[in-house]
Design a protein. Structure first.
Length: 139
């Protein structure tokens, strides 16, 4: 399979996961993270989302030093998105560990939620700038 085809499949999957994580995040905010099922669904979608995002970066940069690659990016949105994504991931892991051990919402979960919404906004900016890639029918 060509790299461009892999990237198209990955990007469309990321778009679906972005919408799914946004919906589950809004649902958690609206219900104050009450309900085991909704939290587990959010965690599952988040794991799939971050896995696909990692694959997306891998398709672009391979196994090289991603930190140096992002530092050299022309797009400030992409550079900021990288750092917000990392902090969101770390805060999500901490929030998940707290939630799994106590089954209660922690302040770090609130921080993670706000960072996650910022990440989604930046992701839509990242997507919008590259909308021609999604419209292109060639694979």
């Amino acid at each position: 399979m060509k790299k461009i085809t892999k990237l198209k499949i990955c990007n469309w999957s990321l778009l679906a996961f972005t919408i799914a994580i946004l919906i589950s995040g809004i649902q958690l905010e609206a219900t104050h993270s009450i309900g085991l099922t909704s939290v587990w669904i959010h965690i599952l979608i988040g794991v799939l989302f971050i896995g696909m995002a990692g694959y997306h970066v891998y398709l672009h940069f391979g196994k090289s030093n991603w930190f140096s690659k992002f530092r050299k990016q022309k797009s400030q949105v992409t550079r900021v998105l990288w750092w917000i994504a990392l902090v969101t991931l770390i805060s999500g892991i901490v929030a998940m560990i707290h939630w799994v051990t106590t089954f209660s919402h922690a302040p770090i979960g609130g921080v993670h939620g706000k960072l996650g919404f910022l990440m989604i906004i930046l992701s839509f900016g990242h997507i919008t700038k590259r909308i021609k890639f999604f419209k292109d029918k060639k694979m």
